[in-house]
Design a protein around this ligand. Structure first.
Ligand code: SF4
Length: 384
């Protein structure tokens, strides 16, 4: 097993994961020319000196560091004169700082890096949204060596097909994104554009609020999501995948060590949300709290905040999952099946989800929630 672990640029992270099978870390400056996969306001501030020292510490521990250049949208700036030359300089600066590889989504950028650096590691980001073997093969031909999966995590035939095509497949295991999320493309582009140099705002990513409301209406959606339990890694290994990515660049060192340790041990005896991202609740609750304090749209903010507050203490008991949970989902054609008609994940959710210590069956979702779109303009300024 290889773990690919998010870095928060804390030197203690490298020391505290020395005994784990971490082969590489990944991260970035909060802002860059291209932007990347996380908005700047959630990432640690890091200057060149700290970046270089962190990468040096990683090398001393015998591991590698990948820089995330994984924007899904360049905001049309790529058509401007001199853009690609600036990109070349930025990549050159990262190489000079010691990075061993790059995580990239846009083919234009991937080719450009490969052209200049024939031997550098090149990973296709989950932001490329690969859903077929043919898509993956295009990237391999462009010079990528590794492909990351997140949305299609449970499509074992696809992953095995890519392994056969020569890709090193990496599976992102600890995100709580909902199954076939309709807000995803907007979210990826929001993160990408928000982290580009010179962009103003937003201070909160609206698609997370929309995704969170799906969970407020139906918490079983968490169980049908893209996460992988530590106990199920062996199913991937049978398909030829042994590289697992643990995200959390905005998390504390304690949190990252806990999550990586659980996956290394292939077992977690507690609340699964203690090792998964669970972005759907914390962010929206604090954003709505801020709007409430500012007196913005109380008729919308109030009921939405109540809906999110009701799920503040949600637990997914990892010990209560039925045997064969992952194999059962992997054997279902989820992309062509209605979850309402299938009902498997909802049944599992009734076993494993507790809200404020009570079973899911006692949870009453709100009857009607206001449309959150009126709040969008309030998230648009970067002043935080
Ligand atoms: S189709 Fe069934 S197994 Fe697949 S995600 Fe939906 S409820 Fe779960």
């Amino acid at each position: 097993m290889e773990l690919v672990l998010a870095s928060n640029f804390d030197p203690a992270l490298v020391d505290r994961t020395r005994e784990l099978p971490v082969t590489s870390y990944f991260g970035s400056f909060p802002r860059s020319l291209t932007g990347g996969g996380r908005p700047p306001y959630i990432l640690p501030e890091v200057d060149e000196e700290r970046f270089r020292a962190h990468v040096r510490g990683i090398h001393q521990a015998g591991r590698k560091f990948y820089a995330t250049v994984n924007t899904s949208d360049l905001g049309l700036k790529e058509y401007g004169p001199g853009y690609l030359e600036s990109f070349d300089r930025e990549i050159g600066r990262l190489i000079e700082l010691g990075v061993d590889g790059f995580v990239v989504a846009v083919p234009l950028l991937l080719r450009r890096i490969r052209r200049a650096y024939p031997d550098v590691g090149l990973t296709v980001s989950s932001f490329a949204r690969i859903r077929t073997v043919a898509q993956g093969e295009y990237y391999l031909k462009m010079g990528a060596d590794t492909v990351v999966f997140e949305e299609a995590n449970r499509d074992l035939k696809l992953l095995a097909g890519l392994v056969r095509a020569g890709a090193r497949v990496e599976v992102l295991v600890n995100q709580t994104c909902i199954h076939d999320c309709p807000y995803r493309f907007h979210h990826l582009n929001t993160s990408s554009l928000a982290s580009q140099n010179g962009t103003q705002g937003p201070w909160f990513e609206f698609p997370i609020l929309q995704c969170g409301l799906e969970v407020v209406r139906d918490p079983a959606k968490l169980v049908a999501g893209v996460f992988v339990r530590p106990e199920d890694l062996h199913v991937y290994e049978e398909a030829g995948v042994d590289r697992f990515k643990v995200s959390g660049r905005n998390r504390s060192t304690d949190w990252l060590v806990r999550s990586a340790s659980a996956y290394a041990a292939r077992r977690w005896e507690g609340n699964l949300l203690d090792i998964l991202s669970y972005v759907q609740n914390l962010g929206p609750r604090s954003a709505l709290r801020r709007l409430a304090e500012e007196g913005k749209d109380p008729s919308v903010v109030g009921p939405l905040a109540q809906g999110f507050d009701a799920l503040a203490h949600l637990e997914i008991d990892n010990r209560a999952f039925p045997d064969g949970f992952f194999r059962r989902i992997a054997a279902t054609d989820c992309a062509r099946t209605s979850c309402a008609a299938c009902g498997y994940c909802a049944g599992v959710a009734r076993r494993v989800v507790r809200i404020n210590g009570s079973p899911l069956s006692s949870y009453q979702p709100p009857d009607a929630l206001p449309d959150p779109s009126d709040l969008l303009e309030h998230f648009g300024s970067q002043e935080a």
